[in-house]
Design a protein around this ligand. Structure first.
Ligand SMILES: CC(C)(COP(=O)(O)OP(=O)(O)OC[C@H]1O[C@@H](n2cnc3c(N)ncnc32)[C@H](O)[C@@H]1OP(=O)(O)O)[C@@H](O)C(=O)NCCC(=O)NCCS
Length: 250
């Protein structure tokens, strides 16, 4: 059956399936199970999603991931051009650009999707969520690992850019609009440009600790300084006016 062959190729292991003695039908079912898990993950993480049919028909993130399964399997078998062609069409239809070489784990969810870019050597673990406008970008022009690694459970907010071969630890959260260029520990929350950690998971007591925001602290300090200078100028003006009055009254 052609769909079984396709499923076998695009399923977990892709090209590796040829190297194992497992039957194609097993892979077909495995792949269908993964697709079902993707749908369930979308229903769980997007309160706007009402039914599986809605996800299958109208979620560009789901469509892009489907196309990526096929493109990635062909890419790993060394098929030239076609994988890029598939992702090019998918990009045209969904606004999401995923390189066929990117590694993506189960229950991956891209919400909205428009403007998401995932580079060739990106590695994405299980249960990862990306919002629209996220870039997993490279910094090197050499053919090395140059894109980020996102561990299981990472959430990346809308418009965030994660640049270079950095690692975002398990369950870490990247704030909308942040630019991350360094590694992020597990369960940390990172925001801003450049990204700085505002909360982390304290392993010793299991509590999420909030950290002071250095940018806000600096702005508050500047605000205090401006107020001090304002008061000083006001005081000097009053003093000068008093002196002026005294000189005229003599
Ligand atoms: C980063 C994020 C996960 C943090 O959520 P949270 O744990 O509830 O944290 P809080 O909202 O309490 O914010 C913690 C601090 O970070 C700051 N902060 C939160 N998000 C920020 C962001 N994106 N950029 C800059 N600062 C941010 C808050 O102002 C707060 O600072 P304070 O402690 O000085 O008051 C969340 O703010 C976020 O950006 N989520 C992305 C959601 C998204 O992209 N949705 C798109 C839907 S279409």
């Amino acid at each position: 059956m052609p769909w079984v062959r396709w499923a076998w190729l695009a399923g977990p292991g892709g090209a590796g399936n040829f190297l194992t003695a497992e039957r194609p039908s097993c892979y077909a079912f495995h792949m269908l199970r993964e697709i079902r898990e993707d749908i369930q993950a979308t229903l769980k993480r997007d309160p706007a999603a009402r039914s599986a049919a809605e996800v299958v028909l109208f979620y560009p993130g789901f469509h892009a991931r489907l196309a990526h399964r096929l493109a990635n399997a062909l890419h790993r078998r060394g098929v030239p051009l076609l994988p890029r062609g598939i992702m090019h069409v998918a990009r045209f239809l969904t606004g999401i650009e995923i390189h066929p070489g990117a590694t993506i784990g189960p229950r991956f969810f891209i919400d909205h999707g428009m403007g998401v870019v995932i580079g060739e050597t990106s590695e994405i673990g299980a249960d990862v969520t990306l919002y629209q406008g996220v870039t997993l970008g490279g910094t090197s022009t050499r053919r090395v690992k140059r894109h980020p690694t996102l561990r299981d459970g990472v959430v990346v907010g809308a418009g965030a850019k994660i640049i270079g071969a950095v690692e975002i630890g398990e369950d870490a959260r990247v704030g909308a609009g942040s630019v991350v260029v360094t590694n992020v520990p597990a369960k940390a929350t990172i925001v801003g440009v450049p990204g700085h950690i505002v909360a982390y998971h304290d392993e010793s007591n299991g509590v999420i600790q909030r950290l002071p925001d250095p940018e806000w602290e600096r702005m508050n300090e500047l605000d205090r300084k401006v107020q001090e200078l304002h008061d000083l100028v006001h005081h000097l003006e009053e003093h000068a006016a008093l002196e002026h009055e005294k000189q005229h009254s003599r």
